[in-house]
Design a protein around this ligand. Sequence first.
Ligand SMILES: [Zn+2]
Length: 571
Amino acid sequence: MARILITSALPYINGIKHLGTLIGSQLPADLYARYNRAKGNEVLFLCATDEHGTPAELAAAKAGKPVAEYCTEMHATQSKLAEGFRLSFDHYGRSSSKQNRELTQDFAAALAENGFIDEVSEKMVYSNADSRFLPDRYIEGTCPNCGYDKARGDQCENCTKQLDPTDLINPRSAISGSTDLEVRETKHLYLKQSALKDDLDAWIDSKADWPILTTSIAKKWLHDGDGLQDRGITRDLDWGVPVQKGREPWPGMEGKVFYVWFDAPIEYIGCAAEWAEAKGLGDEAWQRWWRTDKGAEDVRYVQFMGKDNVPFHTLSFPATIMGSREPWKLVDYIKSFNYLNYDGGQFSTSQGRGVFMDAALEILPSDYWRWWLLSHAPESSDSEFTWENFQAGVNKDLADVLGNFVSRVTKFCRSKFGEVVPDGGAWGEAEEAVLNDIEARVKTYEALMEAMEVRKASQELRAIWVAGNEYLQAAAPWSVFKTDPEAAAAQVRFALNLAVIYAGLSSPFIPDAAEKLRETFALQVIDWPEDIRAAMAETLKPGHAFAVPDVLFAKITDDQRDEWQARFAGQ
Ligand SMILES: [Zn+2]
């Protein structure tokens, strides 16, 4: 039994995510976690909300709530949606947890101890009225380029010009509107990534099995221009992990917090500690996943993320771990994704364009989305959601192939033999040929799932479903029954057992349908079919009662498709 640690990139706390975010990390991570559990491996699957930083403060201010309260509410909302999509996290944590706070402070202390932290003085804008330093985007003024009077200190959203706060004409605080601003000296901590460049380079070189897309992004950051830059890891904000050296104060850093990009990946570890606490387990329970001196030596650690997150996971977070000189687990494999676009453009929160996780579950069950998104995962290139394509995928794959197969065989059985697996007859050459075909395909399917080739795995699974439909079509027990009821009984028994095999093989993609089939056939569990022939012969024996299920997958009508296309088109 292998031990697999799986993390999904942490969704940011400020709002409900769209389907592009879902397929960019959480959903394929869930597929991999479910597959490995089904194969009997020991899995710890973690995700959490990324809660610190300026955008959370701004979103909370917009909602008229204290930021901590806002984050607690949004975490509950995101947790509920994750459950709705059947994301099987062992723990869905929060980067604002006590565990992450202490780990972040401990990492900073270790990095400082080892000489990887610089204290640097900088000039920043201070608001006397607000009694605080203002991050660039908290400063508003008139754009020197286009004259727009609500340009932000980092960028003018009217003409998109990148700005420095000192470029703005008539600058004012975005919090209070005060123009009583001054430039003051302030001290910040920098992580000396440049000093860890050779360590990182050697580590990336050792990853011969990583996709070129991943290693080339890392190499570019390591070597282009002046090479890997040191990185500011503190901010003048209230909301975040307070800067401390472990449990001790950090002289000169009072009132500052760690930058969200420093503490967020540490939450992968913090989340494991939260999980252990939630389960009532001791520290050794999570440390055996994360500390190579405490049992994590045999853990395989796989991270899932969008391609924009790759530099932080190949360089910044590993630099934090390596610089600590402590025996933490480093990632073994990174599975990264391109982007999912929406109907000829992009998803847009501000324009309400595209399907977001809450609206998706209002209109259809999660399996429909899971199947389409996973079978169209943006792996080798960006992919696109269109309503025509979604309708076709759901109707053709789920309704016409898998749903139709289950419906035909269970209904025919009920009409001729009752809701019970029929006795009589024996399987012959036709059944043998189907078994050979399916055995070979399941081997391919498993290899693709191991390799996290999500789209190809979905195609192989679909081909396994198709094999059953074609068998039923060719065997035609409804015709055979007229002359040879015993032979028809054997065919029906074969197809019913195939439906159970399908439930096991399909469970990582469409867990609700798999569960419905388990109930249909009144089985305690449906295991992964390690031995197809044994499972076919021993699972549903003659006399085993079942109940014909309701429609497994309803087709999406043209009217529904048109209505939803209009509803989600945005302003
Ligand atoms: Zn402008």
